[in-house]
Design a protein around this ligand. Structure first.
Ligand code: UT7
Length: 434
């Protein structure tokens, strides 16, 4: 039976710290008037010291799960799209997985700059449509402010921080993510990048002195690319979904520049009343801009059950993506009762306890002597524990579990993992007005 990937939960996290155009014009050769007229941005939010890409992703994810009434342990996969991840690795998604106690979930980060959220949504829905997953948590989270050069007026006033998360769930009812279109043109890679910190230019005194760990952008080039691609890819996504442009209820574009958005909506023939924008408040939050905008559109009552939404992202790569989604969930959100909030509190405290226990266990395993006094056993050694005991000494174990004397023996059939249990899915049945 066909599986459709429905959006059943949504959540956002916006840092409290507001930075206005006036604040920026105090230390930079710019003005409120210039920023507003050229971009549409009035203010943005910057993360405080204790807020990071992971903490904001976690907060947005918890809210999305709460709305979906889905237990973290039911999630199959977590994808975090970000151009400002917590660290180069491990994946921010793994930190989210640990913090929310999603003990059955796979987790990875996805890098496609500002188009990343559409890529992540596309991957998540494809996993559901293929039957490989039932519940996927898709997050866009950014602390772009940590990668901005305070002396570069071409980037600093444009960006902001925040996070947005969606829960996708498999349903038999047609709807949800109807189509996705992705694209990339790496010949324009140099127009928008963070040049240092990778294998080409590892961090050094030189990269720091020259601010190469900060974002660099050729605004005009990106502008030209964006105005060309946005409308075009939105149209392609509609064609792929078999949805007429006139039937689109809401256009939710990447919030980079109001002039780019106006140009795309003009190309598509979509009136202002069907375009959602919030960049005047948050600036460009990169991968977080589309999910934050979607959350706010829902909160503002701009999205109703069965509405058809088009979302379009573009950015560094150069890369772009668009999706058509048929909304299937009732709005607005009804605040949870005290007992539910208590239960939720307990679930996340339990995740913390579990995480601390796993860390302690790992630490103990590494320092405590084993029965044979030889310290920690590798997983291969543990598997061949019988031979280990028979011989009474520690043999060298190769990666496939054989001792050196056994390496010529044909490989055994690899060990397979038992099927994981079906996830427990707890979702409210859509009912209007709830
Ligand atoms: O997520 C995707 C990433 N980014 C984008 O989508 C950004 C795409 N690009 C843009 O939004 C626009 O190109 C900008 C907002 C970055 C720039 O607007 P523009 O209308 O393309 O301006 P411009 O680059 O053509 O610059 C016009 C003038 C220049 O001065 P001159 O050369 O005419 O004397 C700039 O030096 O404005 C100057 N300028 C500024 N002036 C005051 C550039 N930045 C600023 C500034 N304040 N912050």
């Amino acid at each position: 039976m066909a599986a459709y990937a429905h959006i059943v939960g949504w959540g956002k996290y916006i840092p409290e710290k507001v930075v206005t155009n006036h604040d920026i014009s105090k230390f930079m050769d710019t003005s409120d008037e210039w920023i507003k007229t050229r971009t549409g941005i009035s203010e943005r939010r910057f993360a405080n010291e204790d807020e990071t890409t992971a903490t904001m992703a976690i907060a947005a994810a918890q809210l999305a799960l709460d709305r979906a009434r889905i237990k973290p342990s039911a999630i199959d996969l977590i994808i975090v799209a970000s151009l400002s991840p917590e660290q180069p690795f491990p994946a921010t998604a793994s930190l989210v997985q640990d913090a929310i106690g999603a003990n059955r979930a796979g987790a990875f980060d996805l890098s496609a700059a500002c188009a990343g959220f559409i890529y992540a949504l596309s991957m998540g829905s494809a996993m559901i449509q293929s039957g490989a997953a039932k519940i996927v948590l898709v997050i866009g989270s950014e602390t772009v402010s940590r990668f901005l050069n305070k002396e570069d007026r071409g980037t600093y006033p444009l960006f902001g921080d925040g996070a947005g998360a969606l829960v996708l769930q498999a349903h038999n009812t047609p709807g949800g993510v109807l189509s996705t279109v992705l694209g990339s043109d790496g010949s324009g890679a140099e127009h928008l990048s963070i040049p240092a910190g990778g294998s080409k230019l590892p961090a050094s005194q030189y990269t720091i002195d020259n601010r190469l760990h900060c974002m660099q952008m050729n605004g005009r080039e990106v502008y030209r690319f964006a105005t060309r691609i946005m409308g075009k890819v939105a149209k392609q996504a509609c064609e792929k979904a078999g949805v007429d442009l006139d039937d689109i209820d809401l256009f939710i574009p990447h919030q980079a520049n109001i002039r780019i958005i106006q140009s795309a909506s003009k190309y598509l023939g979509i009136g202002d009343d069907k375009v959602f924008t919030n960049l005047h408040k948050y600036g460009n939050t990169s991968t977080a801009s589309i999910p934050i905008a979607l959350c706010e559109a829902v909160e503002a009552g701009r999205v109703q059950a069965h509405d058809k939404l088009v979302m379009v992202g573009f950015g560094g790569g150069l890369s772009w993506g668009a999706t058509v989604v048929q909304w299937g969930m009732p709005v607005p959100y009804k605040p949870r009762q005290w007992w539910y909030r208590g239960l939720r509190w307990f679930v996340y405290r339990w995740a913390k306890i579990r995480s601390s226990y796993l860390r302690l266990k790992r630490r103990m395993e590494s320092i405590l002597p084993t029965k044979n006094g030889n310290g920690y056993l590798t997983p291969d050694e543990e598997r061949s524990g019988d031979k280990y005991k028979e011989n009474g000494h520690s043999p060298h174990i190769s990666r496939n579990g054989h001792t050196p004397e056994q390496v010529d023996v044909p490989a055994e059939i690899p060990e397979t993992y038992s099927e994981t249990e079906e996830p427990v899915i707890e979702v409210e049945k859509p009912s209007n007005g709830k």
